[in-house]
Design a protein around this ligand. Structure first.
Ligand code: GAP
Length: 496
């Protein structure tokens, strides 16, 4: 894992968040290459789950979530992990992270045995929406402008008006004088950072059903940030406090729930294979009855053999009609589906494949990392670090090199090729250093193809080779000679 973490930092995939200030545990920033890898993964997920299907539509919900939603879903009461404190070293631990030696639980940090009882720790981040009372926030309040927007117009007097955050739950704007809100400040201002993207899909179910005019079975897909105040973030980005999810809620009839659960488990395995994860490193765990959410009739965890052990990449859960029923009850709004053929109204059941973007990015990097032997400039064998990323997720698809940087015709032709490819893919131009070094730099960041412009390209050695280049493949290091005009179609077919 150390080599992978070091490569991620050295080459600009992943950095510790706010590193120059010492960082904050469990938060990560993606650098220039990491953001491309992540984006390619999300785009491919969206392509196969939304664009290539007739039965799925997308949405993008807000992150700030009113308590009512998360009370109905059960998160306010029950979204917690059991937490234990070590009295010796003061470490805060998830109780499943304790180590057990000869039947006695110990702190994994200091080995101490003086541990508190486990108690539930709610994982949601709570925040406040709207202007807050400066007496407890230390901040300033801002008045509502004529247009209704709040702005930094300076601290307001106790008589000034400002927007009551009850707009969030009630859907209407209530204007109070600040004195009344100061008194009420408070529960109405609370919002949570969503702990999963799923709930906004359930809450928007009726609107999306109406506008999309879909018939069962159909799905709603979403990719977005989720936040969990993990007790012990660890294993690089694997368990973070801020992460992204790719979630599909696939609505169906009750009698078809188990069938769709199997279908989506198989589809999701195929997805991981299609982004380059070896089938023998993927495992399907049937979550046992006692470990499943009480409302789920069946759950699979798709796991991957990370260097730090076999761990969950994605959950595929048959959640029955629990979520829609809960929101229907709590909101008082009907979330029923009307079947035009049978004239029946009912709450659909749902199967949910829920994947982590960051975990999948980490799995892709772990899977791709390899070292092999390759000859250097003088033909001496040296260790080559290669990221064998699948071309469809690789950050840079093709690097273009003029053989020599001080030969103007080579440089001009290489830049022409960059312009030819750029509308179709992310291309990188590099003219500095020996050609072998340039190949190595691209191998290390997973660029699957390299195009070299040489004297043959200019027709100097053999006129038949004019307007041709060498196309090098990263993994095999094999080179083929191809016509420049064919490059876009050849590369597009290999990176899709
Ligand atoms: N809506 C269902 C749901 O959220 P989950 O198993 O809690 O289910 C789904 O989360 C996926 O989200 C996980 O399989 C994992 O890939 C990702 N995930 C969950 N917590 C995470 C964390 N703290 N850091 C990174 N990814 C996380």
């Amino acid at each position: 894992m150390e080599k992978i973490v070091s490569l991620c930092k050295r080459r600009g995939f992943i950095f510790q968040s706010s590193e120059i200030y010492g960082g904050l545990n469990g938060l990560w920033d993606y650098g220039p290459l990491g953001v491309e890898l992540k984006r390619n993964l999300k785009n491919y997920w969206w392509r196969v789950l939304v664009h290539e299907r007739d039965d799925v539509v997308g949405m993008d919900g807000s992150i700030l979530t009113p308590p009512a939603v998360l009370e109905a879903s059960g998160h306010v009461k029950g979204f917690s992990d059991p937490m234990v404190d070590c009295r010796s070293c003061k470490a805060r631990l998830r109780s499943d992270q304790l180590v057990e030696k000869r039947g006695v639980k110990q702190c994994p940090v200091c080995g101490g045995r003086d541990l508190t009882e486990a108690r539930p720790f709610n994982l949601m981040f709570k925040t406040r929406v709207g202007p807050v009372d400066p007496r407890w926030s230390g901040g300033a309040m801002f008045p509502v402008s004529a247009a209704g927007a709040t702005g930094p117009a300076g601290p307001v007097s106790s008589q000034a008006e400002f927007r009551d955050t009850r707009t969030l739950t009630a859907g209407t704007t209530i204007i109070h004088d600040s004195a009344s809100v100061l008194g009420a400040e408070d529960e109405t201002a609370i919002a949570y950072l969503r702990p999963e993207t799923a709930q906004s899909i359930f809450v928007q179910f009726k609107n999306i059903l109406e506008v999309s005019r879909k018939k069962l079975p159909f799905g709603i897909a979403q990719i977005g940030k989720a936040f969990r105040n993990e007790i012990n973030p660890r294993n690089f980005t694997f368990r973070s406090r801020e992460f992204e999810q790719m979630e599909l809620e696939y609505f169906c009839r009750a009698e078809d729930g188990m069938k769709w659960l199997e279908y989506w488990k198989d589809e999701r395995i195929r997805f991981y294979e299609n982004i380059g994860i070896a089938r023998d490193k993927l495992h399907v765990l049937t979550v046992p009855d006692e470990a499943r959410a009480f409302y789920s009739k069946g759950t699979y965890d798709i796991e991957y053999d990370f260097p730090f052990g076999r761990q969950e990449l994605e959950g595929v859960a048959y959640r029955t009609d629990y979520d829609l029923l809960q929101h229907q009850k709590a909101s008082g709004k009907s979330l029923e589906y009307f079947d035009e053929e049978t004239k029946q109204r009912f709450i659909p059941h749902v199967v949910e494949p829920s994947a982590g973007v960051d975990r999948t990015v980490l799995a892709l990097i772990c899977e791709a990392y390899s070292e092999d032997e390759a000859p250097d400039e003088k033909g001496k064998m040296e260790t080559r670090v290669v990221l064998r990323l699948h071309p469809r997720v690789a950050p840079i698809k093709c690097a273009v090199f003029p053989l020599l940087k001080n030969k103007q015709p080579l440089v001009a032709k290489a830049k022409e090729i960059v312009d030819l490819l750029r509308p179709h893919m992310f291309v990188f131009y590099d003219e500095s250093g020996a050609i072998g070094r340039r190949y190595r730099r691209q191998d290390e960041i997973g660029t699957p193809f390299g195009v070299t412009v040489d004297f043959e390209t200019l027709g100097e050695k053999d006129p038949a080779l004019r307007e041709t280049v060498t196309l090098r493949e990263r993994d095999s290091m094999k080179q083929e000679r191809v016509a420049i005009k064919d490059l876009p179609s050849i590369l597009i077919s290999r990176i899709r």
